[in-house]
Design a protein around this ligand. Structure first.
Ligand code: UDP
Length: 329
């Protein structure tokens, strides 16, 4: 298939572009490099530097060739920033996606796979989370992703878009060969921060609250390996029919606490990784983990990385192997 990957220089997008190239698809990456990295680009893909909100650019890209589908990763994703600057998030995530959808509609591109998030559920009534639970996000980031899901549903009904929303849990890990991995600036995610402690770049890891109603008092999340995310995107775009909207939770189904992540990192790295309990972070639900059985049933997909140690180990290979000045290897 000929596929456009927006945000294909970012963390999940770059692993996905790679998996699509591996599967023999023809890939064009569109990325403005505001958060993505040139080193994460797959050499087999054509790269266009630019913004999804640039309608003239989108028309030039889509005019040149007939695309079978789009995988849409380009978005801002910092929850805290979305609270401080909501309009930046509505402008980039929602308005940018509307521009992309208009261009797709006008060029007859009818298949889309969208990076959605478990943040669209807000605080779920129970875990594991199934796709039919109410979507009631508790921050602007989650609301922008939910607004896009609505635009996709309505476009499926009105003009025959075929769209698949993949609601990720916590993306984690790095490419098995260590070539690409996670690199956010500033970094706010637990696993990279813990590994930065092991590399001597930080004195300790702060645990955001140890008085949650969970077995060890720390928050529970579902850490899904980025290569498992890449494989479900490939399956989703290959199987997507025009005119239909579908949504899947993408997680392992296993919940892991903050303390368990730190323990896994201690055992993988051999470093003591000092931890200091700090106050709860606002807006953190105690437990989020997926019921991934719908994806298993409908797409025949299952996470290969189910053990947190394997996830942390792949992230460690990447973090340890790269230059210490913040650039990729
Ligand atoms: N967390 C933590 N210390 C940190 C960063 C994160 O205790 O320095 C916790 C956070 O409260 C959450 C979990 O680790 O329970 C995963 O957080 P992350 O920011 O990686 O992803 P999120 O769940 O927010 O998408």
């Amino acid at each position: 298939m000929r596929l456009l990957v927006t945000g294909g220089a970012g963390y999940v997008g770059s692993h996905c572009a790679r998996a699509l190239c591996d599967a023999g698809h023809e890939v064009v990456v569109l990325d403005d490099l505001s958060a993505g990295h040139e080193w994460a680009l797959d050499r087999r893909a054509r790269f266009v530097r630019g913004d999804i909100a640039d309608r003239a650019l989108l028309s030039r890209v889509l005019d040149g060739a007939s695309f079978d589908g789009v995988l849409h990763f380009a978005a801002f994703l910092d929850v805290g920033e979305s609270v401080r600057e909501p309009l930046k998030y509505y402008r980039n995530n929602v308005a940018g996606t509307v521009t992309l959808l208009e261009a797709m509609r006008d060029h007859g591109v009818r298949r889309l796979v969208f990076s959605s998030t478990c943040a669209t559920y807000g605080v779920p009534p129970r875990v594991p989370i199934t796709e039919d639970m109410p979507q009631d996000p508790i921050n602007p980031y989650g609301r922008t992703k939910l607004a896009i899901e609505w635009a996709l549903r309505d476009s499926a009904a009105a003009w025959g878009l075929g769209a698949c929303a993949l609601r990720y849990f916590n993306a984690a890990g790095a490419a098995s060969d260590g070539a690409i991995g996670e690199d956010h600036h500033p970094e706010s995610h637990l696993i990279p921060l813990v590994l930065q402690v092991a590399l001597g770049q930080r004195p300790h890891i702060g645990i955001f609250g140890d008085d949650y109603p969970t077995p060890d008092g720390t928050c529970i999340r579902d850490y899904i390996h980025v290569e498992d995310l890449a494989s479900i995107h490939r399956i989703a775009i290959e199987s997507q029919q025009a005119g239909a909207f579908r949504a899947f939770n993408v997680g392992t189904g296993v919940g892991t606490s903050v303390k368990e992540v730190i323990d896994a990192a201690r055992s993988v790295t051999g470093h003591p990784i000092p931890a200091v309990v700090s106050p709860r972070r606002e807006g953190d639900p105690p437990q989020l983990f997926a019921d991934p059985s719908k994806a298993q049933r409908d797409l025949g997909w299952q996470a290969r990385f189910a053990d947190i140690r394997d996830v942390v180990e792949s992230a460690w290979r990447w973090h340890r192997g790269r230059p210490q000045d913040g650039r990729g290897s």
